[in-house]
Design a protein around this ligand. Sequence first.
Ligand code: ZN
Length: 170
Amino acid sequence: MTMTSGPLSAATLELLFPGTEAADHERILHAVEAVDAVCPSGNAVWEWSPDHAAFPGTDAPGVPEILLKEIPLYDADSEWLGLEFDVEWTEDGELKVCVAVGVACWCEVNHGTHYGDSLNVPVGGSTSLAEAFEAAAAKLTTWLGGSRDPEWWRNLAGLPSRVAGMSGGE
Ligand SMILES: [Zn+2]
């Protein structure tokens, strides 16, 4: 799968979401700018996959992501915290916009990433893609104003703490 990266533009949105209108692109770019503005590094980089602009079906392995942004908040000493924003296809060929707080796993078995919190906004019915972007961006902005401590997010989600994880030995 080919991912392209850079700042988002109306042209890119037209490519990724065929059938959406200029007014939608404007709202989406506003939501995107709001997210970029509050990123700690001020980084405006997004990744996207034009291959997934059309629903690729369910035969291909992995989640068909169309657009993705990762915002690392903390990464040191085997401990990390980061936010994700992505637009992907559901198994039914519907779009959804997802945001999540990814946090390091300190379970006895290392599962990799856990979600301290997440929000999935399905597109369709009365919810337009632009509305889904706005809802997801608002949630992500709220998280960015919150704790940057991975342990705080694990506690919130009821996940094993790092202290407990370390007592089992390295
Ligand atoms: Zn785990």
